[in-house]
Design a protein around this ligand. Sequence first.
Ligand SMILES: Cc1cc2nc3c(=O)[nH]c(=O)nc-3n(C[C@H](O)[C@H](O)[C@H](O)COP(=O)(O)OP(=O)(O)OC[C@H]3O[C@@H](n4cnc5c(N)ncnc54)[C@H](O)[C@@H]3O)c2cc1C
Length: 236
Amino acid sequence: MTQSLGALITADELVAAGHDEVILATGVEPRTPVIDGIDHPKVVGYQQVITGEVQVGERVAVIGAGGIGFDVSEFLTHDAAHPSLALDLPAWQKEWGVTDPEEADGGLTRGEHPVSPRQVYLLQRKTTKVGGGLGKTSGWVHRAALQHRAVEMIAGASYTRIDDDGLHFSVDGEEGTRVIDVDHVVICAGQEPRRDLHDALVAAGVTTHLVGGADVAAELDAKRAIQQASELAATL
Ligand SMILES: Cc1cc2nc3c(=O)[nH]c(=O)nc-3n(C[C@H](O)[C@H](O)[C@H](O)COP(=O)(O)OP(=O)(O)OC[C@H]3O[C@@H](n4cnc5c(N)ncnc54)[C@H](O)[C@@H]3O)c2cc1C
C-alpha cells in the first residue's frame, strides 16, 4: 500500500490495508502542565514557535529546561543571522573568542557576545542546576550560549498562574511570589507518547508495535528511537 507524504493515516485505513504487522513510530505530543491560566492567549507550544506559526514577542518565559527548552531558548535569542546556521566562521569565532594562535595564547581571546533580540527567562521546577541534565559533551556549550545572551535561568520554580501581567511563580527557598512581565510563555514541559492509532488497531486484531517516542516519551533521543526501530525490523 502506498500513502502520500504530508497526510495523516487513520486506523481504519491501516486495518483496511490488511497488513501483517504495523509499526507505530508516531512520536510524541507535548505535555500541557496544569497551571492556572494555561489557556491564556500568551501561552504557546514549542512547536508553534519552532515552525514560525507564532511570532514571539520581545520578552519570553520558557517553562521547562530540558533539551527542547534549551533549543527553543537558543532559537529565541538568535536573530536570523545565527553564526552556526549561516556558517559564518568569523562571527562564530568572535562570539566564542577563537583566534589565530599567533595572535593570542592557545588561540583563545575574550569573546564578544551579540545582544539577544529578546529577553528570555528559562525556568524549571527541579531545584538542581538548570541544564545539568544535558549531554556531558555538549551541555556546557548550550548553557554558555544562553549565558552569552543573558538568558535568566531559574531553578526550583512553582508556577502559580499566567495572566495579563505575565507569569507568576515562587522559587524554592524564597519568600513571596515573583511576576515576570512577558509577551509569551512557551511550554516545553515534557511529552507524552502519541498513540491515537494504537488502541483501534489492537481492537481490530492487528499486530502492532510501538517504537521511539510512541513507545516511551521520557528521555527520548533519536539514537534510542533508531536503535529500537532497527532491532524490531530485524526480528520481523
Ligand atoms: C526541538 C527539538 C530538538 C531535539 N534535539 C534532539 C537532538 O539534538 N538529538 C536527539 O537525539 N534528539 C533530539 N530531539 C528528539 C528527537 O526529535 C526524537 O528523539 C526523535 O524524533 C524521535 O523519533 P520518533 O520516530 O519516535 O518520532 P518523530 O521523529 O517525532 O516522528 C513521528 C512522525 O510520525 C508522524 N505521525 C504521527 N501520527 C501520524 C499519522 N497518523 N499518520 C502519519 N504520520 C503520523 C509525525 O507527523 C512525525 O513526523 C529533539 C526534539 C525536538 C522537538
